[in-house]
Design a binder for this molecule. Structure first.
Ligand SMILES: Cc1ncc(COP(=O)(O)O)c(C=O)c1O
Length: 383
């Protein structure tokens, strides 16, 4: 099923249904399971668990999953939590929801993810000050698997738990296993722009089944087992609905296709732009499958002939949506007071990085339009 865009504008990343979603949704209507319990939810979680290899709970968003995951790790007011600075704000906000302090670390140029060497130095310094972080968050940015082995090794040395934000990385792998399944605690997002979508939603997965049971309890207002409404813990209204879980079931059936389609788009861009000076494809991890959820490039203005921002504006004028790479958290007004560790690699990636239209439903014709528009901006004759 190819989604029809009504505007003719080529968007960055749009939902792409597989076909069976409506059957599962119709089933929910036919059986009146129209709340946050029901067979679609159970089946979606079971099918997701088979894919990831960990018990999982379906939630209203990836952000909600981050919040519950941090709470499971015991993050409390005034704790420090290490977090990559190059990410979407939803990685960091749940740290602040819990009254803890996000500490932002710079990126590794090879992966654009958390730099394992920088992390090792930072943990050593914190250990010397007897102020270790309560947790380390790793983000698998744009579907690029972070280099987990050195990260897990150094965190194990200091007994600091690792929490994987795989919101953008469903379908990615690291050393043969799904991204997110290495540390024992991970988050996935089904936001409308992600690899697969439930219109909005998320999943929290953990190796420890008790944690998932606890998170499920918190996600439905933490109702104790009593005849009346009894509460001894703080809860949230974070559960996914059975209707949306039906969409998730259909989407999960086509995840493999979505990975192949996004990768094919990224590699077509890479090949098409190979001859453009000053335009570099995001590195691809040698350790696994980078889904290229979004196709990202770096623009070197002098060689390319114009700035990253001018390219975005030129594409916009041609009816094509593109975006800068995430603005680092330590540069956000919201987090101007937060500590930042490391150099300016993330800032450089933000200044020069561009995300091109990457929808798995992007047609060859539309991708050609994007490629032609980039060529005319770069001032290079288009073949
Ligand atoms: C890196 C990252 N973390 C967390 C989230 C939050 O997910 P959600 O939008 O489902 O709340 C997103 C995406 O939106 C994301 O890109």
């Amino acid at each position: 099923m190819t989604p029809r865009l009504t505007t003719g504008r080529i968007l960055l990343s749009v939902p792409h249904m597989g076909g069976n979603e409506q059957l599962y949704v119709a089933e929910a209507f036919a059986t009146n399971w129209l709340s946050t319990v029901g067979p679609n939810l159970t089946a979606f979680e079971r099918e997701f668990e088979r894919h990831i290899g960990m018990p999982s709970v379906a939630l209203a968003s990836g952000t909600a999953a981050m919040h519950l995951g941090l709470r499971l790790l015991g993050v409390k007011p005034n704790d420090d939590v290490f977090c990559p600075t190059l990410t979407f704000v939803a990685t960091a906000n749940p740290i602040a929801y819990l009254g803890a302090n996000p500490i932002f670390l710079d990126s590794d140029r090879q992966t654009w993810n958390l730099d394992p060497d920088l992390l090792a130095d930072a943990l050593a310094q914190r250990a010397a000050r007897n102020r270790l972080p309560k947790a380390v968050i790793v983000v698998h940015l744009y579907g690029q698997p972070a280099d987990m082995d050195p990260i897990l090794a150094v965190c194990a040395r200091y007994e600091v738990p690792v929490f994987e934000d795989a919101a953008e990385a469903l379908g990615s792998t690291y050393k043969g296993k799904p991204a997110g399944s290495h540390s024992g605690l991970a988050v996935y997002s089904f936001n409308g722009n992600k690899m697969i979508t439930t219109t909005g939603g998320g999943m929290l997965s953990a190796a420890n089944a008790d944690w998932i049971q606890q998170a499920r309890f918190w996600s439905t207002q933490a109702r104790d087992n009593a005849l009346w409404y009894e509460h001894s813990q703080m809860g949230y209204n974070y559960r996914m609905s059975n209707v949306l879980a039906g969409i998730g079931r259909g989407q999960l059936e086509v995840l493999g296709d979505r990975v192949s389609q996004r990768r094919a788009i990224a590699f077509r861009y890479r090949d098409a732009f190979a001859d453009i000076p000053g335009m570099t494809f995001m590195p691809q991890s040698p350790h696994g499958i980078h889904t290229n959820w979004l196709s990202c490039f770096l623009i070197d203005e002098p060689a390319f002939g114009c700035s990253r921002d001018s390219l975005i504006n030129a594409l916009d004028a041609a009816g094509i949506e593109s975006r800068p790479v995430w603005k680092p958290m330590h540069l956000q007004p919201l987090y101007r007071q937060a500590e930042h560790i490391g150099g300016d690699i993330a800032e450089d990636l933000f200044q020069r990085g561009i995300c091109l239209p990457s929808s798995s439903s992007l047609t060859l014709e539309d991708q050609r339009r994007v490629i032609d528009a980039v060529y005319s901006t770069a001032g290079v004759a288009c073949e």
